[in-house]
Design a protein around this ligand. Structure first.
Ligand SMILES: CC(C)(COP(=O)(O)OP(=O)(O)OC[C@H]1O[C@@H](n2cnc3c(N)ncnc32)[C@H](O)[C@@H]1O)[C@@H](O)C(=O)NCCC(=O)NCCS
Ligand SMILES: Nc1ncnc2c1ncn2[C@@H]1O[C@H](COP(=O)(O)OP(=O)(O)OP(=O)(O)O)[C@@H](O)[C@H]1O
Length: 205
């Protein structure tokens, strides 16, 4: 049996850091952000749909979609964000489901699907369980500002475009807080793996 574990959390909560831990354990990780980027590449399904709707001004000089510029628009305009979601989410979903099927065929006991909008966009339909990486908003802003070249106001707009943490905590099967060191996060994820093994007599090397 394969367990599909949806991994979610607000922007800059530590999902990619958790992904790295699972990859080190040889557990396959499906990264929705990477898929979201791929479907907007030149020649891919989302490319024309996005440019036809948002316009050529969102193309960089090399004709790729300027995601930073598009991000500035959509995180300031709920209507445009809803439109971008309407265009991209069905394509992202399709790709996630294809990758899950491939891993299931390979009899992988556990698959991680890193999906920032797992709860917001109906991702629970393809997951057996969900794991939330939780950090308080202040820490989220601090880590986001240290990583991205955006202002605090922009960081808050991005955070506020997502489901509030309290609501996510109610929906998640497992919650891991990421307020300590990366090593502490990894220890907690290791404990969770042991719990999954116990619950499902799930065998991993
Ligand atoms: C808005 C876009 C162009 C910005 O691209 P950019 O490379 O600057 O950011 P990136 O894709 O790496 O996203 C960074 C983080 O922003 C947050 N985020 C991205 N899209 C959304 C969204 N539609 N709603 C809320 N938060 C979002 C997530 O926490 C994500 O991890 C891009 O994120 C996008 O195409 N979003 C729509 C598709 C989507 O929903 N992706 C999220 C994962 S399925
Ligand atoms: N426990 C930690 N201590 C210190 N820094 C951390 C910790 N966990 C994550 N970070 C840092 O915080 C930033 C955000 O982490 P990460 O990229 O893993 O988040 P994310 O949830 O994947 O973000 P996004 O939603 O944008 O994809 C990164 O720069 C990362 O190195």
């Amino acid at each position: 049996m394969t367990i599909v574990l949806g991994l979610t959390g607000g922007i800059a909560s530590g999902k990619s850091t958790a992904d790295s831990f699972f990859i080190k354990k040889h557990i396959p990780v499906i990264d929705s952000d990477l898929i979201a980027h791929h479907i907007l590449d030149i020649g891919e399904k989302g490319y024309n749909l996005v440019i036809n709707y948002f316009g050529d001004q969102y193309l960089a000089a090399n004709k790729t979609i300027d995601r930073a510029k598009l991000g500035k628009l959509v995180f300031n305009s709920p209507k445009d964000l809803a439109k971008l979601n309407e265009i991209t989410h069905p394509l992202i979903f399709q790709e996630i489901e294809t990758k899950i099927s491939q891993h299931k065929q390979e009899n992988e006991p556990l698959i991680i699907v890193d999906a920032p909008l797992l709860f917001e966009s109906g991702g629970l339909s393809y997951c057996d369980r969900s794991l939330l990486i939780a950090v308080p908003e202040k820490m989220q802003v601090k880590r986001l500002l240290a990583r991205n070249h955006i202002t605090e106001a922009e960081a808050l707009k991005r955070i506020n475009s997502q489901m509030p943490l309290a609501q996510k905590q109610k929906l998640a099967d497992y919650v891991v807080t990421n307020t300590g060191t990366i090593k502490e996060l990894e220890d907690k994820l290791n404990e969770l793996l042991l719990k999954l093994i116990k619950e499902d007599q799930y065998g991993m090397s």
